[in-house]
Design a protein around this ligand. Sequence first.
Ligand code: UT7
Length: 332
Amino acid sequence: MTYAAFRSIGAYIPSKIMTNADFEKIIDTSDEWITKRTGIKERRISEENEASSDLGARAAQVAIDRSGISKEEIDLIICATVTPDYLCMPSTACLISSKVGLPNVMAFDISAACTGFVYAVSIAKAFIESGMKKNVLIIGAETYSSILDYTDRGTCFIFGDGAGAAIISATTNKDEAIIDVNCSSDGNYEDLIKTAGGGSKHPCSKEVLENKMACIKMKGNETFKLAVKTLTSDVQVMMQKHNLSNEDITHFIPHQANLRIIKAVGEALGFTEEQTVVTVHKYGNTSAASIPMAMNDAFEEGKIKAGDTILFDAFGGGLTWGSALFPFSPKK
Ligand code: UT7
């Protein structure tokens, strides 16, 4: 039997920092309000010449270097992003494939907003368990700064740019295997988080540009309530299915959208502060990159060790949501 093992994690954090004080200069807000309502103090913004593929390729290189797997062994690249370099083609995964020097590998993007990385884990697992692929590079890469309306004070201060990546590989050792990934969606909530313009529904036009329809619009408060409910029930279902208690989880890594959401979910589920990985204060919400960037931070701080049980919990536009349960299994 072939299983899928989560081998390595990497990230790329753009160096440019945008603080809450920077937002005080462009919208009617305050550091105090943003901190109290979201826990966010700063977020990273990519350079003008950096697109999602540039961020993703840098994160991918770190994940490859840490995996103990040679680049040539990678046979699938999946990039989760809703801020691709190009709206239609080529895919960001294709661009990453050439940037990391893997031009002859199957590569495609997936669009599941903030749940994208968890969807990518699920797809990688399926490809490996079916025997179709052996070493999958998954990436979550976002440049939200390219789709933000910096006059929309209800949304623009939340998001940031960044990328995370991982290598998932075939193994015959069940102890190393990803235990479960559960992903879902509900398009009935399409209007909660949306970029309405620029696609086939409202193709690029004067109206789309004038009304900033290609920028993200979010109904924050409604989204907040659904996020807390869904992120909580998602984990409850996963834990019950595998007959797990909180002590069985070493690191709970929720989507980093808002510290109040993370705290509410963590408290409802009974995870301790030590178990819960939090990076939202320094990176804001980086959508598909948020979970791998958070995991990478914990890894670089020496908190994540081989064999630790990790639980991802994501929620985002679509709506989409999902959780992944796995041991961290670096190659021995
Ligand atoms: O990653 C995908 C999932 N996304 C999320 O999970 C995001 C979920 N939503 C949120 O994080 C929060 O809803 C926000 C941080 C976006 C907003 O916080 P909130 O506590 O839900 O605020 P609100 O939208 O209910 O607005 C409360 C008040 C309003 O004023 P009034 O009507 O009470 O006078 C807003 O106009 O806060 C005002 N407000 C602001 N004030 C200062 C809204 N944005 C700002 C701002 N600075 N930037």
